[in-house]
Ligand binder design. Structure first.
Ligand SMILES: [Zn+2]
Length: 132
C-alpha cells in the first residue's frame, strides 16, 4: 500500500478531519485500561499530515485528562500527542475506526503493533493481545 488521504469523523459527524496515512506502515493497540475500554486502535501521523476540518474546538477532555472526545457522541476521533522524551516530536494519533473511507480490506491488511501500557512497559508486546 502507500500513503493515501483518508477522511474521518466521530459518530455524530460534528468532528471531521482528513489525514495522509500509510496504513501499511502500521497501526497500534495498547492494553492499558484507557485504550482497552475505548477499543482504541490508532495510526500515528505527523501534524503536517493531519488537518482538522471541523469541530475540534468542541471536543472536551475526559476527567482523567487522557483523551478528548466529542460531547455529541462520546467518540474520540483523534488525539494530539505533544513532544515528549519518549517520542520523536508532536504527532496526531488517529482513531482508525473513525476513518470513513478506509475499506475493510485496507484495515484488515494494516499491521498492528501491540503495546504493554497496562504495565507501563510501552515498548514491549503484551503477553496476550487477542482480546484487544
Ligand atoms: Zn460526535
Amino acid at each position: 500500500m502507500s500513503v493515501k488521504t483518508y477522511h474521518g469523523s466521530c459518530q455524530c459527524g460534528a468532528v471531521r478531519f482528513e489525514a495522509e496515512i500509510d496504513l501499511s506502515e502500521g497501526t497500534g493497540k495498547c492494553n492499558c485500561t484507557s485504550c482497552r475500554k475505548r477499543r482504541w486502535w490508532s495510526a500515528s501521523v505527523k501534524p503536517e499530515a493531519f488537518r482538522a476540518l471541523q469541530g475540534e474546538e468542541t471536543m472536551v477532555p475526559n476527567r482523567m485528562g487522557t483523551a478528548m472526545f466529542c460531547p455529541g457522541c462520546g467518540v474520540t476521533p483523534f488525539g494530539r500527542v505533544a513532544k515528549a522524551e519518549w517520542n520523536d516530536g508532536e504527532s496526531v494519533s488517529i482513531n482508525v475506526a473513525c476513518l470513513d473511507d478506509a475499506p475493510p480490506d485496507e484495515l484488515i491488511a494494516a499491521p498492528v503493533t501491540y503495546y504493554d501500557g497496562l504495565n507501563d512497559n510501552w515498548w514491549a508486546v503484551p503477553s496476550e493481545t487477542r482480546h484487544l
